[in-house]
Design a protein around this ligand. Structure first.
Ligand SMILES: C[C@](O)(CO)[C@H](O)COP(=O)(O)OP(=O)(O)OC[C@H]1O[C@@H](n2ccc(N)nc2=O)[C@H](O)[C@@H]1O
Ligand SMILES: Nc1ncnc2c1ncn2[C@@H]1O[C@H](COP(=O)(O)OP(=O)(O)OP(=O)(O)O)[C@@H](O)[C@H]1O
Length: 268
C-alpha cells in the first residue's frame, strides 16, 4: 500500500503556558499543504526499512515510521513489513514531515491489516509519537490546543490562494525553539482572529516563535519581508521554523533573492 504523507503549515501559533510535564500549551491552526513524501508498506517475510531522497539525521532504526509500526505491534499481531520512504519534505523545517510519516504509517497499517481503528484510537497512538503527529490522522484544517494535539473544527479555507514555502537552508530543533520561548496568555484567542478575512491577518496573527528565533537567525525575518515585498497577503514562520511561508492571491514569479533557497509553490 502506498501513501503520500504531506506537510503542514501553522497559521498563527500562540504559546500560552508551560505545563507541569515540561511541554507547552498552545493554540494554532494546522493547515495541510500538498508537499509530499512517498511511503510504501507491504507485508514481507522480514521487517525492513529503506529510505531515499533527503538525508534524515539519526539512526534509521529510530525513524518515526518504524516507531509507529512498533507502537501498533504492541497491541496487534502484525506480520513483518517492508517499508520504503522517499523523503522530500525538508527536515527541521516546521513542516511536520516526520510526524506526517508516522501518522501515515499508522493509517496505512490500519487499512492494510483491517485493524478497524477509529480516528480517536489512531490519534491516541499518534500522540505518543509526537505532538504534531495526531493532526495528520484527520489531516484537514483544524484549530488545535493543549500540546497541539487536541482539535476543534474551524472555518478557515485558503482555496484559490497560492502558498509559497521557503526553506532557508537551515534546520531548527523544535526542543531548542521551545526552550527559548516566553509563554504568554493572549489578549484575543487565535480562534477569534482566524474568523476575520486573510487580508486582516498580517497585523493580527503571530507565531510566537518568531520573537525568539528572528534575532538569532535574521535571515528568517528577511525572507518574511521579501515575501511581503513580492505581494504576499500574509507571511509567517511555520511551527518552530525554519520554513517561512507566504500566502498570495495568485501564482507568483519570485525575484532573484529566493533563488538561493529551496522554494515550493502551489495554488491550493
Ligand atoms: C512547533 C509545532 O510543530 C507546532 O505545530 C509542534 O508544537 C512541535 O511538535 P513536534 O515536533 O511533534 O514535537 P514533539 O516531538 O512532541 O516534541 C519535541 C520537543 O518540543 C517541546 N514541545 C513540543 C510540543 C509542545 N506542545 N510543547 C513543547 O514544549 C518539548 O521540549 C519536546 O521534547
Ligand atoms: N520520517 C522522518 N522524517 C523526518 N525526520 C524524522 C523522521 N523520523 C525521525 N525523524 C527525526 O525527527 C527530526 C525532525 O522531524 P520533523 O521533520 O518532523 O521536524 P520539523 O521539520 O522540525 O517539524 P515540526 O517542528 O513541525 O514537527 C529529525 O531530526 C529526525 O532525526
Amino acid at each position: 500500500m502506498i501513501g503520500f504523507p504531506n506537510a503542514k503549515i501553522n497559521i498563527g501559533l500562540q504559546i500560552t503556558e508551560k505545563r507541569p510535564d515540561g511541554f507547552h500549551n498552545l493554540e494554532s491552526c494546522f493547515y495541510p499543504v500538498p508537499l509530499n513524501d512517498l511511503l510504501e508498506i507491504i507485508p514481507a517475510s522480514k521487517t525492513s526499512f529503506e529510505i531515499s531522497g533527503t538525508d534524515i539525521p539519526g539512526d534509521p532504526a529510530t525513524n518515526l515510521c518504524l516507531r509507529a509500526y512498533e507502537s501498533l505491534k504492541v497491541d496487534f499481531e502484525l506480520p513483518p513489513v517492508q517499508m520504503y520512504l522517499h523523503k522530500l519534505i525538508p527536515i527541521g523545517a516546521g513542516l511536520g514531515g516526520g510526524s506526517a510519516d508516522a501518522a501515515f504509517t499508522l493509517r496505512l497499517l490500519n487499512e492494510q491489516f483491517n485493524l478497524a481503528l477509529s480516528i480517536e484510537q489512531l490519534e491516541t497512538y499518534a500522540r505518543q509519537l509526537g505532538s504534531d503527529c495526531a493532526f495528520f490522522i484527520q489531516n484537514r484544517p483544524l484549530y488545535c490546543f493543549e500540546k497541539g494535539d487536541r482539535f476543534q473544527d474551524i472555518d478557515v479555507s485558503l482555496r484559490g490562494y497560492t502558498i509559497v514555502l521557503v526553506y532557508p537552508n537551515l534546520a531548527i530543533s523544535t526542543a531548542e525553539a521551545y526552550a527559548n520561548v516566553r509563554p504568554q496568555k493572549p489578549v484575543t484567542s487565535l480562534r477569534t482572529l482566524l474568523q476575520n478575512p486573510v487580508g486582516t491577518w498580517r497585523n493580527a496573527i503571530r507565531n510566537d516563535f518568531e520573537t525568539s528565533l528572528f534575532p538569532v537567525y535574521p535571515i528568517l525575518n528577511t525572507v518574511k519581508q521579501e515575501l511581503y515585498q513580492a505581494g504576499a497577503v500574509y507571511a509567517s514562520m511555520s511551527g518552530s521554523g525554519s520554513t517561512i511561508y507566504g500566502i498570495f492571491e495568485q501564482a507568483v514569479s519570485l525575484p532573484d533573492f529566493f533563488h538561493s533557497y529551496q522554494v515550493w509553490q502551489k495554488t491550493v
